[in-house]
Design a protein around this ligand. Sequence first.
Ligand SMILES: Nc1ncnc2c1ncn2[C@@H]1O[C@H](COP(=O)(O)OP(=O)(O)O)[C@@H](O)[C@H]1O
Ligand SMILES: [Mg+2]
Length: 239
Amino acid sequence: MSPTAMLNVAHLNVRYGVTEVLRDVSFAVPEGKIIALLGGNGSGKTTILNTLTGLIRPRAGSITVAGVETAGWPADRLVRHGVAQVPQGREVFAAMTVEENLDLGAVTRHDRAAIAADRDEIYALFPALTPNRRRRAGSLSGGEQQQVAIGRALMSRPKLLLMDEPSAGLSPLVVGLMVDTIRALHARGMTILLVEQNVGVAAAVAETAHVLQNGAIVHTGSAPALINSHEVLASYLGR
Ligand SMILES: Nc1ncnc2c1ncn2[C@@H]1O[C@H](COP(=O)(O)OP(=O)(O)O)[C@@H](O)[C@H]1O
Ligand SMILES: [Mg+2]
């Protein structure tokens, strides 16, 4: 455990009924770094994120965010403490405008001037959203909807950003833009836990990768090195 960890997870255990879905999961995300969690469908990636955001109560284990034990906290308290999630499948509110979606990310805040400034910063980060502020989010392309989902998470001013398979369902060109976006967030100092099935995306942006299988971490190593680690790719990631 590092004293500078933004997130520290130790011996996390989660069950759905009698089924053990996470077994003794431990990892850390140092401040300002991008750490990846890789694994196939059903390996437990989203369960980890949902536990970190308070949607699931762990059966055992410790979670500290910025040095504060948060295991068992309700979701709204975790948002105020600085944890934000970009959900799997984007999940923008299709009938609401882009701007209304962004403002939903700020519901826990009351600093109106700062909220407006943060909104402008998000339009600067995602210029494609600017002419579409008043459009229904559901009418945008998949890549633009992903930008709205990221922007909404950023509007809560997170210390820790959790991203659940941001590249899923995007064309290779748009995946490349997503990689650029993640790098831009990193350059702004954001601390990111990146969940992916796409090894190339994790290798391109993350420092360390943990590979999850059946709810347990089975490999930990350099994320860029994964691309050439045929044994890990074949054994755990079905390549
Ligand atoms: N609400 C639930 N009730 C029971 N089992 C669930 C529930 N959600 C997920 N699971 C199971 O937990 C395991 C991990 O799922 P999940 O965390 O969604 O995996 P991943 O995000 O890696 O695809 C899977 O076996 C899945 O079937
Ligand atoms: Mg998932």
